[in-house]
Design a protein around this ligand. Structure first.
Ligand code: ATP
Length: 594
């Protein structure tokens, strides 16, 4: 089972400024929303003054309704203006938050694509998808509620204090002393809430990863009779998540209750003191009533802070993961150099060295040449580094030492990756088909190809017959991962894609490994047709594929053990011959067993 990373405590100190820096991208909208929200909140003070004047006039100064009518109209006007300003402010804030979310999702996706298809240690698709969808979504309340609320917390209490102190300094003092207790209390419990939110977020990502694993492996789990155990594990993870969520909710409730208590206490204190002073005639009704109206308003933004502080904590936990992904190093974009367009491509590897994160050398001084216009098979025992070599040649990973040269001169390391990918096609062991029509899947590398070119590519890939036998032909919609097609059909569609792209270099990674003999023969024939006039590098698991190559490079422990034509290698009695013999014995054993 996956382990949770240790939560980093008090990350907020670093995350808040960074989130605000992201928020500055929509500076105008965010500031406008904050400004309008503050003005709307300040209008409450004007409303309270008018209301106090009306009550004071009617109750103690014997004013008629006609005399206070302008004040009442003013009151209604302020009410409408406030509602309008609050509405506009919220709409702008949501729009600004929406823009920030879109920007962050684009950044995340761009960065993940720049980093290439090899995931960082401990990273998986569910974690990245969760970060991009739920993680970014969790930032919305931060920008649309918490940030505007922070502005209110500063502006409104200060404005009320400025009005109350000249009216009655004792009440001003009570508000001044009790108000800051709330933010201080928030900071105090913030540390605990932050750790819980961090944990909650990690558990959510863990749960997504586990669900994805389980759904992808559902057949295996059922066949091995482990489906029930998995259900129990999922129930345990869900319960664990529920407990952490409840711990967060408990803290949020506790905070609200404590804040309500402080606020009510302070308001009651002001009210009692005023009552006593009014009874003894030490204060007039108007200032006393106005201060009583303003005291609850003084605490409104501070109380709101508690709700939005929770949103901040959730956002910080999510943002931490977002920034981790964005900060993971990506290879610098190289511009300008593009691979040669005319003539064939000869690829030579010079002393390549490569290790993954664990530091073990997977490529260890590997040197070999893939001649232009020829088919070269790369074979070797499992773990010899064949796939890793393919990744280097594709430009997905960079060797720590050595060079990949194109036509003896250009270094792949100094080449624009997009330019390089344009000149090659890659057919892996499990090609990825996307949800959509077969035509759209074949056209992936050349969206503007006409239907004649499409048919020709399918014909060459031995896919035309089965595609045309489908009721909707090329317009048949297939599910994600090629749902509805057999392994051999998926592979031939992937080859049709490569045909249509018409690349100068074709890299095949175990392209026939999963196929039955009939499909393998069809795919091999298609590959041979596709190979004509191009440089082909095929990572071969089955030696049947290698036998049809012009040259074979045999890898062992990250180095070239031997190379030559299949006939030369068969005759030399080295590793290739041993692998062939082992393969033949295995085949004989299988046929005896049958
Ligand atoms: N993404 C990765 N992170 C860490 N180690 C990896 C990664 N991919 C491969 N390795 C390790 O690198 C070594 C070589 O793997 P590679 O897939 O290149 O071998 P291979 O020759 O293609 O093997 P096979 O024929 O079994 O597919 C193996 O020990 C493997 O565990």
């Amino acid at each position: 089972m996956r382990r949770l990373p240790v939560p980093v405590r008090n990350m907020s100190a670093r995350i808040d400024p960074r989130l605000m820096a992201e928020g500055r991208r929509t500076r105008g909208a965010l500031y406008a929303s904050i400004g309008l929200g503050v003005v709307a909140a300040l209008l409450v003070i004007a409303q309270a003054v008018l209301l106090a004047r009306v009550i004071d006039g009617v109750a103690f100064r014997h004013q008629s309704l006609a005399m206070v009518a302008p004040l009442l109209w003013g009151l209604a006007g302020l009410f409408l203006l406030r509602a309008g300003l609050s509405y506009v402010s919220e709409v702008i804030a949501f729009k600004a938050a929406g823009e920030i979310k879109t920007y962050l999702r684009q950044e995340l996706l761009g960065h993940i694509l720049r980093r290439g298809p090899v995931p960082a240690a401990g990273e998986n698709s569910a974690d990245l998808a969760g970060t991009m969808i739920e993680g970014v979504e969790a930032l919305e309340p931060y920008f649309s509620r918490y940030v505007p609320q922070m502005a209110l917390v500063v502006a409104v209490p200060l404005a009320i204090l400025a009005l109350v102190f000249p009216l009655d300094w004792i009440s001003g003092l009570i508000l001044l002393v009790t108000g800051p207790l709330i933010p201080v209390f928030m900071v105090f419990i913030g540390y605990r809430a932050e750790a819980i939110n961090q944990r909650q977020w990690q558990k959510l990502l863990l749960m997504s990863s586990h669900f994805l694993d389980m759904l992808q492996g559902i057949t295996t789990l059922k066949l091995f009779g482990r489906a029930r155990d998995e259900i129990a594990i999922v129930a345990r993870i869900s319960d664990d998540y529920r407990k952490t969520t409840m711990a967060g909710v408990r803290i949020a409730f506790l905070t609200s209750a404590a804040l309500e208590f402080f606020a009510s206490l302070a308001i009651a204190l002001v009210a009692v003191i005023f009552g006593v002073r009014l009874l003894h005639g030490h204060i007039d009704f108007f200032p006393a009533f106005l201060v009583l109206l303003l005291a609850p308003e003084y605490f409104v933004p501070l109380r709101g802070l508690s709700t939005h502080y929770h949103a901040r904590m959730t956002a910080i936990a999510a943002a931490r993961r977002i920034f981790e992904v964005l900060d993971a190093p990506a290879p610098a974009a190289v511009e300008g150099v593009v691979p040669p367009m005319a003539g064939g491509l000869e690829i030579s590897c010079e002393n390549l060295e490569f290790s993954y994160a664990d530091g073990e050398k997977v490529l260890d001084g590997l040197s070999c040449v893939f001649p232009a216009g020829r088919i070269t098979a790369v074979v070797g025992p499992s773990g010899a580094g064949k796939t890793t070599l393919a990744r280097v040649l594709l430009g997905f990973i960079q060797p720590q030492a050595g060079h990949v040269r194109i036509n003896g001169a250009l270094d792949l390391a100094g080449m624009a990756a997009e330019g390089w990918w344009e000149s090659l096609a890659w057919v892996p062991q499990n090609p990825r088909l996307f949800h959509g029509t077969i035509a759209a899947n074949v056209r992936l590398g050349r969206p503007d190809a006409d239907s004649a070119a499409l048919r020709e590519a399918a014909r060459a890939a031995r896919a035309l017959d089965f595609i045309e036998a489908l009721p909707q032909g090329f317009e048949t919609v297939i599910g994600g991962l090629g749902q509805g097609l057999s392994g051999g059909q998926i592979q031939r569609i992937a080859l049709a894609r490569a045909f249509l792209k018409n690349p100068k270099l074709l890299i095949l990674d175990e392209a026939t490994a999963n196929l039955d003999m009939e499909s393998e023969a069809l795919v091999l024939d298609a590959i041979m047709d596709l190979a004509v006039g191009r440089t082909v590098i095929m990572i071969a698991h089955r030696l049947a594929m290698a036998e049809r190559a012009d040259t074979v490079v045999v890898l062992q422990a990250g180095r070239v053990a031997e190379s030559g034509t299949p006939a030369q290698l068969r005759a030399s009695g080295g590793l290739y011959a041993a692998m062939r013999n082992a393969g033949r014995e295995e085949a004989e054993e299988i046929s005896c067993a049958i």
